[in-house]
Design a protein around this ligand. Structure first.
Ligand SMILES: O=C(O)CCC(=O)C(=O)O
Length: 296
């Protein structure tokens, strides 16, 4: 459970880190199942429902950038981890007793070339009727400054929702030049394997290229209060309710003012944040390709 001080700090800064929340056999299984799924990308040629591949991926040399939300439906282990009481009991202090799983992914950030994620707010991707919306991240590997920790800008969850558009289309990335934020103030969320980060959906965050020789895998779960309804609508009511993790579903959205921008028209490159951000044409973090070019 969280202490009152941790809850206050989340409300003020928009993030928390819980060291070693997942441990022992559970962590070992998380790591070995992930290795197995990545090995199965051998033979996969293009991005699909499960795999988001690094630009340098080939069938002979599989390089997975991200495992997409299909993991939660295909693998009982991942389905169950979303509902793990150690996690959900913490979340009740932050977003209340009735909670729905929105989505998630497993970002690999592989040793030596794992892609950066440009500055963004999750809220720009999935605005809701109220902002009791957050994401947790479980580190599969020890994470320090060297292997691309999540970087957050404290307090930005209380500020504006920034434009994530380029050339009139949603692109999933902010323009760091066009906002009044001091990115030097970013806080790295580090911790040993099994540690869990929590960030508010409106918090500005991103992460740099992994230039170390160690992987930095991060399993992200997105959760909402059950009465936060997605402004983009509910395509399948039964499926929507199947994602309840605690408490009862309802048909009474709670509406609370929070600045929103709709992610429309949709990104040129749909599929995942990495694909969306290809359309932004602007970069804060160095890419692997730039690094290789500069080295020559
Ligand atoms: O993997 C990371 O470092 C950041 C991920 C993230 O913010 C996202 O995928 O929305």
């Amino acid at each position: 459970m969280l202490t009152d001080t941790q809850v206050e700090s989340y409300r003020r800064d928009g993030y928390l880190v819980i060291p070693r929340l997942i441990d022992g056999d559970r962590l070992a299984e998380l790591r070995s199942l992930t290795d197995h799924i990545v090995a199965e990308a051998r033979g996969v040629a293009t991005n699909d429902e499960l795999y988001d591949l690094e630009p340098s991926h080939s069938a002979a040399l599989p390089r997975v950038r991200r495992l997409k939300p299909a993991i939660f439906k295909r693998y009982p282990f991942f389905h169950d981890l979303v509902r793990e009481p150690r996690i959900t009991s913490i979340l009740t202090r932050l977003i209340g007793p009735a909670i729905r799983h929105y989505g998630g992914k497993l970002n690999m950030k592989s040793a030596g070339f794992g892609s950066p994620v440009e500055w963004h707010q999750d809220w720009a991707f999935y605005p809701h009727t109220n902002d009791d919306v957050l994401a947790t991240g479980i580190y599969l590997d020890d994470c320090d400054l060297g292997n691309g920790p999540l970087l957050v800008l404290p307090g930005t969850h209380l500020g504006p929702t920034y434009s994530h558009h380029a050339d009139g289309r949603f692109c999933g990335a902010m323009d760091p030049q066009a906002c009044d934020l001091d990115f030097e103030k970013a806080v790295p969320l580090t911790g040993p394997a099994g540690s869990m980060t929590i960030h508010h959906a409106r918090l500005v965050h991103g992460s740099a290229l992994n230039t170390s020789n160690r992987p930095r895998r991060l399993l992200l779960h997105e959760y909402t209060a059950a009465d936060a309804w997605p402004l983009m609508g509910v395509a399948d009511f039964e499926e929507f309710n199947s994602r309840m993790v605690l408490g009862e579903p309802n048909v009474e959205p709670r509406v609370r003012t929070a600045p929103v921008r709709m992610p429309l028209p949709a990104a040129d490159h749909q599929g995942s944040i990495y694909e969306n951000q290809r359309g932004s044409g602007r970069r804060f973090f160095e890419t692997h390709e730039q690094r290789v070019t500069h080295a020559h």
